[in-house]
Design a protein around this ligand. Structure first.
Ligand code: ZN
Length: 152
């Protein structure tokens, strides 16, 4: 019985080792530099994000005017795909930059959600603060994008 278990275990070990080796082959190696291919991909995903960054200026105008309704409509409408677009772009970055990028995405959305609530409560001070913080985190996110890939 013990012998049998031992041979099952060693067979299992062979299977696991084979699996691990096949998973860490050269194809699975993560690139650690921005290759021209990767830069082209980044440029593609950066386009909707650049548009959204321009949209943030429109949002800023509504916030400044204390236009609560348009502020809320803009967050849920034109900026409705922002999280998806930012995540697509973050996923094209080098693994070393992705964690920081995803933290900034969480930050941007925490501020936009609070901005939404502040606009609902017609809270002038809070809308300005949350808007400014959202912009600061958005720009910090953009600084992670390699400049060679920025839309020309
Ligand atoms: Zn923040």
């Amino acid at each position: 019985m013990m012998l049998r278990l031992r041979s099952v275990l060693s067979l299992l070990l062979v299977v696991i080792t084979t699996f691990l080796v096949s998973c860490s082959g050269p194809a699975a190696k993560v690139p650690d530099t921005y290759t021209p291919d990767r830069l082209a991909q980044i440029q593609l995903y950066a386009t909707p994000v650049d548009e959204a960054r321009q949209g943030m200026e429109t949002l800023g105008k509504f916030v400044q005017e204390n236009n609560w309704i348009d502020t809320r409509t803009y967050i849920h409408g034109p900026l409705g795909f922002l999280r998806r677009d930012l995540t697509y772009l973050a996923n094209t970055l080098l693994p070393s930059d992705q964690k920081a990028a995803k933290n900034f995405i969480d930050e941007i959305f925490a501020h936009l959600e609070r901005l939404d609530v502040a606009a609902q409560n017609k809270n002038e001070a809070a809308t300005s603060t949350e808007y400014n913080n959202a912009i600061a985190d958005f720009d910090a996110f953009l600084r992670l994008i390699p400049s060679d890939a920025e839309a020309s």
